[in-house]
Design a protein around this ligand. Structure first.
Ligand code: HQG
Length: 173
């Protein structure tokens, strides 16, 4: 579902509208044909997904965030907490120090309000973790926009390196 709703709707013969929504019944037909999942199974996945990745409204469904396809989530800018966090890998830090945090293949840089979530994101990749504190309060004062996704992920377009600080192991634990 993440593949189809965030990255490659064409893989399931679906299209997303300008705001990322697609027809839920149609998605269920595809999932039934491919995985023998019945509509109640899909509804349960949407409801019980621990990160609330999917939003179901009537017969429309979309991913709450994480898209690489160009869609407009239609979120209004929100004032972030003073500090947000990003989990990454030590190997990337040379490049991040030079270029800041870039959105790479996705539409936004993803930030979390707590260190624990950043640690989980970092742990998905091989290598030594690096947990970054983002001075989001100063960024917002400097006019950089933040958006809060429907499932609580903070989104922004780019974090210049002057707003980043790598946390020490003591600060992380
Ligand atoms: C890194 C999961 C070198 C960045 C999570 C990250 C998240 C740079 C990778 C969501 C860089 C991009 C997104 C630079 C950024 N030089 N590396 N200048 N700037 N990077 O997957 O944040 O489980 O696009 O640190 O919870 O890892 O899928 O972003 O390592 O919210 O729902 O480039 O994915 O959500 O990777 O993860 P990603 P992410 P889901």
């Amino acid at each position: 579902m993440s593949l189809v709703l965030r990255h490659a709707p064409e893989e399931a013969g679906l299209t997303l509208d300008a705001n990322g929504w697609t027809d839920f019944d149609r998605l269920c037909e595809v999932l039934e044909a491919r995985f023998h999942a019945q509509k109640p199974d899909v509804e349960r996945i949407v409801a019980e997904n621990p990160k609330k990745r999917f939003v179901l409204e009537g017969n429309l469904i979309r991913a709450a965030q994480g898209h690489s396809v160009e869609i407009d989530l239609g979120l209004s800018p929100s004032t972030p907490p003073d500090t947000l966090y990003h989990g990454t890998k030590a190997d990337f830090m040379g490049s991040i120090s030079e270029q800041g945090l870039k959105s790479q293949s996705r539409q936004h840089v993803h930030l979390s309000k707590d260190i624990a979530t950043a640690k989980v994101v970092a742990a998905r990749r091989k290598g030594q973790d690096a947990i970054l504190a983002v001075d989001s309060g100063t960024m917002a004062k400097d006019g950089i926009l933040f958006f809060l996704s429907e499932n609580g992920v903070w989104l922004t377009n780019h974090v210049p390196s002057r707003y980043l600080k790598q946390l020490t192991e003591q600060e992380v634990s």
